[in-house]
Design a protein around this ligand. Sequence first.
Ligand code: ADP
Ligand code: MG
Length: 597
Amino acid sequence: MSVAAEAAKPAPARRFPGPLAGALAYMAAAALAMLAAVFLPFDDYILHILVETATYAIAVFGLTVVLGLCGQINLAQAAFFGLGAYAVGLGTADLHLSFWLALAGGAGIALVMGACLGMSTLRLGGHYLAMVTISFQQILTLVMINWIAVTHGPDGVGNIARPAWFSSGHGYLGLCIAALALVGYLVWRLPETKLGRSMRAVRDNELAASVSGIDVYRIKVAAFALCALLGGIGGGLFAGGFSYVSPDQFSFAESIVFLTMALLGGVASPIGALIGTALLIVLPETLRFLKSVPGLYLAIYGLAVILIIRFMPDGIWGFVQVYLRRFMKPAAFARSAPELVLVPAKLEAESALEVEGLSKHFGGLKAVDSVSFSVRRGSVHALIGPNGSGKTTTLNVLSGLYTPTAGKIALDGHDVTALPPHARTAVGLGRTFQNIRLFRSMSALDNVVIGAERPGHDLGRIHAALVDQARAALAFVGLEGRARDPITSFSYGHQRLIEIARALAGNPTLLLLDEPAAGLNSTEKVELRGLLKRIAGEGLTILIIDHDMALVSDVAEHITVLNFGRRIADGVAGEVLRNPDVIAAYLGAEPDVAHRA
Ligand code: ADP
Ligand code: MG
């Protein structure tokens, strides 16, 4: 019934501007800005401010990627900016390299250092990244100041050259704006690419990203390295603009300025980055007249920043976007959704899943204790047991979120015990979570597209196939009519269905469902039961955890029962549910005591 209502919803209007019109408008605006840079009669002071804004903004774009898209902090962007600036400074002034070579060298060094820093810390997560980036920033500042033989120490580097074609102030500004426009365009389009979508998924929910097939660590390192690269490019261009650089321009305080620029303008978009950068460069300049009163200038500047961030938590651009969105309608789909094909192409083993002697101990607690069971291909298998009996932990070990203390797991005949979560997804595992884990900043469709994505290239045609697959999965659970709606607009029950669609879109061999009926009302439970039967009807293997015995006995052919982490029963559904040990475990009493009572 509700499925029909979804389908009857009118198709949304076409998006304006479309992608091509948007790109053309962007190019026109960039060309106009470059012409203005070259031909408008700016004096040196204005030229300096504009070059500073353009080059800083390129570095702030880096924070848009790492913090805005991927949710990782970088408190050393000024250090990467400094690496680029010193490479151009020392390269052109001391080594007499060409500007371009020095710029490329600086960008390369920043990229490699960023990648190394990311690789050494991003596995740790939490506050480590903040601490390590601060340390890196301080070390680099110390090197700039104290390695006098190379860096000229506190005196800084002078006589920095510009490329011959762009030696005038106007010409150089034109170059900086061209670089800004190019980098800005790439950062603007990044969220729509596979890499960008993976970054957003990691930011929204790392666990869900990993079981959707994303190598979380690799994506974080890529984001961090990209951020460092943009810092290096921005810094290299900055050095050419000012012909002199010194260590104090690249201190920790500047890293905080970069971060403030990103947060102030809006960290989620390069437009926000540009607004924030321009504001934080122009604001101090316009407040210059206050400098006669010591402290007043800083107080007003600080107050302005605090007020903006307090009242516009998503930055200035985030604030404006809320109003702009009213005029932007999502594009309609040209075709209707294709059918979802669920049966995996070729299966090798008779058992979809073989679990042997699986244990997971948390210190002294044996959450899962030497559990073995086997899930027959094409069957629905239930894993039941009282609260705290180790069901979710078993699923977490199966999907690779926990390393088992002991035991072996074979998926469709492949030993996956040592594989990380994303690799198990690639082998054919799909799962949902007891506490719904969706990518909350995205549409239903984008959530499911991430589930459909597999290792490979992000070409347009392949992307269209992914969208088709995602729409087919959404149609399968009855939500295709609302594909472009944000996750937050869906009811709890529908969010569970989207999570199932995300897992189905990956074309799994085995689907793990952790309490899919929990929190659903009785109508939703009936719908869920129908959905599970349709999935099973397509021949997909399901391992389901649930407390709803009516549901379990209706859909499952085979049941494994856990109690205190141990397997207490395993067999055909009807027999297991009559097993006195199982009844006792659920009643919380010894079988004979239960009889006497
Ligand atoms: P179920 O899903 O069957 O209700 P769980 O697998 O969530 O049970 O939990 C089994 C036991 O393991 C519980 O006692 C729980 O407190 C414990 N446990 C689960 N996860 C962790 C963890 N990450 N650290 C420590 N103990 C845990
Ligand atoms: Mg659980």
